[in-house]
Design a protein around this ligand. Structure first.
Ligand SMILES: Cc1ncc(COP(=O)(O)O)c(C=O)c1O
Length: 386
């Protein structure tokens, strides 16, 4: 049985199916495998009554899992759609928010491609352009975004994360939203790197769309991502594709094939066909139940203890110049001198430490299976290899 406390370190490790000789610090790439999620996937495949799409419980299963995902937001299942990827959800958002010729979409420099390419396409379609917030030395992302907004009165959409995927550096979305809303711009959020590890503040952010993958901090499987839509998009939003699952089946399946197309209630109109098979639903359900049982605030607090322990280890080793300032509770980076990056990467891998390196920055993204005392290990390896 999953335990309820995110602070009970001795039992936490046993909930994850990880090799003993591996220090997995790469939850920002893929969440560590929960044993309950694996067992749920296997059971779903073996159960002949659920493994068939359209099985007897299927619609109820879909709605039960949707309601669980809604608890990450404002507990309103009508706000939630099931989509296959962040890129898909962000493409839905890019298709819907207003954007005209000569206007602009504001992104972060180096933002993840799934939250770049849909905007590039939409801009090309309507004759709009992209503008990128760039940080100067010592600057945080929030003021870089606000400076960029000031410099570009033509910005009509901001498409941003809560924490940068490369090093976890944070954005103050409430402050950014105030400025964006004051000028009537839309706000689209890719929370793939924070949903499940940091609380959502819908009232402060007032976003149009929020999208997040399920396989990172939500600890689910690949191929099931979440889309939250603001009320007006639940009423009038256009889906990306027109499948039967997002529409009223009784109306569609008229004998003469000319049945009315009536979107299902709320954000269900954005549900993608082909996503909610029994295995993915079962994995999402097991993962969401565990994440919700721990509680997002407790997960954030516990993960912060781990990244703070890493920052402390950097300081002890005289390496505080390499740390990420103002980082999220759950992700931080160690910025390496470019000429030593390859040697550090090799040393970490030889030590059985799994992490990702991007732009000479080692991204450290622990989950609850990591003991706080283990957070010094990557820094000791890095210090030796420098
Ligand atoms: C910020 C961010 N968005 C999205 C994704 C994944 O996007 P997709 O589901 O389109 O593969 C990642 C994966 O690393 C990410 O870091």
């Amino acid at each position: 049985m999953p335990i309820q406390s995110a602070s009970d370190q001795t039992s936490l490790r046993g909930l994850f199916a990880l090799p003993d000789d591996m220090l997995y610090l790469d939850s920002a790439a893929h969440g560590p495998p929960l044993k309950t999620v694996r067992a749920a996937a296997q059971a779903a495949l073996q159960d002949s009554t659920t493994s068939w799409l359209g099985g007897i419980h299927w619609r109820a299963d879909v709605e039960r899992v949707r309601a669980l995902a809604a608890r990450l937001f404002d507990n309103d299942a009508d706000a939630i759609a099931m989509v296959p990827s962040a890129a898909y959800g962000l493409s839905v958002a890019a298709r819907n928010v207003p954007l005209q010729a000569k206007q602009a979409v504001l992104l972060l420099e180096g933002q993840f491609p799934s939250n770049l390419l849909p905007w590039r396409m939409r801009c090309a379609e309507v004759g709009a352009s992209l503008v990128f917030a760039r940080r100067h030395a010592g600057q945080d992302w929030t003021s870089a975004v606000l400076d960029t907004l000031d410099a570009h009165p033509d910005v009509a959409v901001l498409a941003l994360p809560q924490a940068h995927w490369r090093d976890g550096s944070l954005l103050d979305l409430a402050r950014i939203s105030d400025q964006a809303r004051a000028r009537g711009a839309s706000l689209v959020l890719d929370l793939s790197q924070s949903l499940g590890a940091m609380p959502v503040e819908l009232d402060a952010w007032r976003p149009d769309f929020v999208i997040a993958v399920g396989y990172k901090w939500l600890l689910g499987g690949y191929g099931m991502a979440w889309l939250w839509a603001a009320p007006r998009w639940r009423e009038h939003g256009q889906p990306l594709e027109h499948g039967w699952m997002a529409n009223d089946r009784d109306a569609l399946w008229q004998a003469d094939s000319r049945g009315d197309v009536l979107p299902l209630a709320g954000a269900r109109r954005f549900d993608a066909d082909g996503v909610c098979d029994a295995m993915r639903l079962a994995m999402a359900e097991a993962a969401l139940r565990q994440v919700l049982a721990w509680g997002i605030a407790d997960i954030a607090a516990q993960l912060q203890r781990r990244t703070v322990a890493l920052d402390d280890a950097l300081e002890r080793n005289g390496l505080s110049a390499l740390r990420t300032h103002h980082h999220a509770p759950h992700i931080c980076g160690v910025q390496l001198p470019p000429q030593r990056a390859e040697a550090v990467k090799r040393a970490l891998s030889e030590a059985g430490i799994v992490s990702t390196m991007r732009n000479n920055c080692v991204r450290i993204a622990p989950h609850l299976h990591v003991d706080i005392t283990e957070m010094a290990r990557p820094i000791e390896v890095i210090a030796k290899a420098l």
